[in-house]
Structure formats: C-alpha cells, structure tokens
Design a protein around this ligand. Structure first.
Ligand code: NAD
Length: 363
C-alpha cells in the first residue's frame, strides 16, 4: 500500500467545516490536494460510534470547495443514520473528489485518493457513488485496503436494494392499506434501471398492477412485454392514480411541484435523496401520504456491502434476512410516527440517533 510522506498528509479542515450550516457534530473532515495527479478531495467522517465510516466517493465538478464540503457533510451524516437503522456495525462518512468525472479520471488520481484513505488508517471505507465506477474502486484498491465495490467484491448490490424496497413497500401497504397481499395493489415505478427492474420483477410475481416510466424506451418495453406493466410518460408517472409511487431514478423528485400532484397513498422507492428539501417530508405528512424514508428503504445494498466488508458472502442467507428486516424497521417507524403525530422522516432520524446513543452508553 502506498504511504504518504508527512508533507503530503491530508489536512484536517474540521474547523473550517464547522462554519457551514450542514455541519452537525462531524467527527473529522480532511482536505487533500495532490498537484501531481490533479487530485483535490475531501473526506468527511460523521460518526464512528457503530464502526468504521462507510460511504461512497462522489466525483463532481463542484462550483466551489465550499459546495463540495457542504455536500460531503450532508451526505456523511445521512450515511450514519442509514447504517444505524440498517443494523450494521458501520458509521457514516463520505468522500468527494472535485473534478469532472467525464474528463478528469485517471489511475494516478485514484491512486493518490487511495493513499489519502490509507493515511486515515481504516477510519473511513470508500465505495462507488455518483461519478465513480467499479474500475475506479479497482484503482483505489491498488493503494488502500479500505475500499469496497471493486470487481473482486463480486458485486452489484442492486438486487439486495430491490429486495429491501420490496419489503418496504409491503410494510407500507400493510400499514396504510391494511393489506398483507400485494395482489391488486397498483404501484407506479419511476425508473427501470438496476433497482427498478428487479423491483418490478418481484412485484409482478405477486400480481401487483404495475405502471412504469423510464426515459429509456427499451427498459419500458421489457416491463410492458415481459411483466404486463402499463407504460406512462416519464414526466407524468408521479401523478398517476396509484396506491404506491416508487421513485427509483433520480434524487429530489419530491418538490414543490410534484408533491401537490401526487395521487398515491404511499411513496416508497429506492432513489437517494428523494426530498428536494427536508420540509417536503413534512409536506407529504400534511397531505396524508405515507413516506418511507429513502435512506431506510434503500439500505439493502449497504447491508450486503457491510457483510462483504467483514468478509462474509454479501448474498448469503444472513445478508438476505438482514435486508428483509427493512420491512420491520419501517413498520416500527410508521407505527411510532402515527402514535406521535410526526412524519416518518423525523421518527427515522430520532431512531437512528437513539441507536447510536444506546451504543455509546454500552446498552
Ligand atoms: P440506474 O442508473 O441503473 O437506473 C436509473 C434508471 O432511471 C435508468 O433506467 C434511467 O434511464 C432512468 N431514468 C433517468 N431519468 C429518468 C426520468 N426522468 N424518469 C424516469 N426514469 C429515468 O440506477 P439504479 O442503480 O437502479 O438506482 C436507482 C436509484 O436508486 C438511484 O437514485 C440510486 O442512487 C438509488 N440507489 C441505488 C442503489 C443500488 O444498489 N443500485 C442503492 C441505494 C440507492
């Protein structure tokens, strides 16, 4: 593994981060510039109470270092909560590389980034995220062991993510519609990529009525021809009458325009960061729409990755039953939200904070 010399160690920028609104008691934040490779990266470790901080590495042409820092702070806190509710022994962290993923990716850049992670001595474990790929993780693995999602890890976590979303939809339907069956329930799925397609395959087996949309016509054709789905326009899918709207494409789909247009009783899908702003969770609650917090329902991939990190088979029956527990976690959130008159998003955050606090007390 490549070692950085003392003059090339990542800089602790936690004090700089404290000035930003997204700072929320983060444990530590580092910045690293490596002129020889062009690397400029930030790593935010939010909390390692439950274990080393796992979180993807995002590569993005940020407007400024402050924007990149805000993103790293926000996303790393989200990872802490996600891991806490997924019941895995991991904390939350996130890395961002400032640069254009289309033109600036090179092996030396990712080697330098791997060396930065190696210098943190296992406190942070990286993985793929927006703008990075399995090949990039392979490059990183040449200079650090603290990386997952390489070609040797065997894998695509999407089937496990889809399984978790399926269990989450079942829990939401049970809670809101009082039905233990998905047969005859209408689910509108936005996005038929890795997760959306696998989710539709599961739902079709249960006799669910599927309405689907994707900007890729081939993906829609498959769902219509093979799964009996009905196609809808991509810009209308959120507004079709359905029991469940399942966003499985983009982030920020729940905003001032789409939330009032929703005609479903439930929103439950895999997409990350579905709420354009935190207040949209409250808006859904006010409209009586049951929202399955995205970071809870889409944790199946993280759970399988967590098994791989500790050297277990990511797709074995232990990982499988851990993913299926997402349904039970969501049921607890829905019940408590109803009892306390709060939104499921607020309750999910509280449960995550409580789990971490209990662990700190050794309870
Ligand atoms: P993907 O890229 O394989 O699929 C996304 C699909 O959405 C594509 O088919 C794309 O054509 C479609 N799409 C893009 N814009 C659209 C639009 N405007 N309307 C309708 N469809 C559109 O991604 P994925 O791996 O299936 O992930 C889907 C979502 O779930 C993402 O938000 C991702 O961050 C999140 N997620 C994925 C995983 C995982 O294990 N893959 C884990 C957690 C969260």
């Amino acid at each position: 593994m490549s070692k950085l010399s003392n003059t090339h160690l990542p800089q602790d920028v936690t004090i700089k981060a404290q000035r930003l609104a997204e700072f929320s008691d983060h444990q530590q934040v580092w910045e690293y510039r490596h002129p020889a490779s062009g690397l400029h990266a930030l790593i935010a470790v939010h909390d390692t109470t439950l274990g080393p901080a796992l979180g993807g590495c995002r590569m993005w042409a940020y407007e400024s270092t402050a924007h990149a820092l805000s993103d790293a702070l926000r996303l790393s806190r989200g990872m802490t909560y996600k891991a806490a509710l997924a019941g895995v022994a991991l904390g939350g962290g996130k890395a961002v590389i400032l640069g254009d993923p289309k033109t600036q990716k090179t092996a030396p850049l990712f080697h330098a980034f791997g060396a930065m992670i190696e210098a943190l001595d296992g406190l942070y474990i990286t993985a793929e995220d927006v703008g990075t790929s399995v090949r990039d993780m392979d490059w990183i693995a040449e200079t650090t062991a603290h990386v997952t999602g390489t070609s040797r890890d065997g894998g695509d976590p999407s089937p496990m993510t889809a399984l978790g979303v399926y269990e989450g939809i079942r829990a939401a339907v049970r809670h809101r519609l009082g039905s233990t069956e998905l047969s005859g329930v209408t689910v509108a799925v936005q996005g038929l990529g890795h997760v959306g397609r696998a989710l539709c395959e599961r739902l079709a087996t249960d006799g669910t009525d599927l309405i689907v949309a994707d900007v890729n016509p081939d993906a829609v054709k498959f769902a219509v021809d093979e799964l009996g789905a009905t196609a809808e326009r991509a810009d209308r899918i959120h507004a079709v009458p359905a029991d469940v709207f399942a966003p499985c494409a983009l982030g920020a789909v729940l905003d001032d325009e789409t939330v009032p247009a929703l005609r479903s009783a439930i929103v439950a899908g895999s997409a990350n960061n579905q709420l354009a702003q935190d207040r949209h969770d409250e808006e859904l609650h006010r409209r009586g729409i049951l929202y399955a917090p995205d970071y809870v329902i889409n944790a199946g991939g993280l759970i399988s990755v967590a098994h791989a990190v500790v050297g277990e088979d990511a797709s074995d029956s232990k990982a499988w039953s851990a993913v299926c527990r997402i349904g039970a976690v969501l049921s607890e959130i829905f019940d408590r939200a109803e009892a306390e008159g709060q939104s499921p998003g607020a309750i999910a955050d509280q449960l995550a904070i409580e789990r971490i606090a209990r662990h700190r007390r050794g309870a």
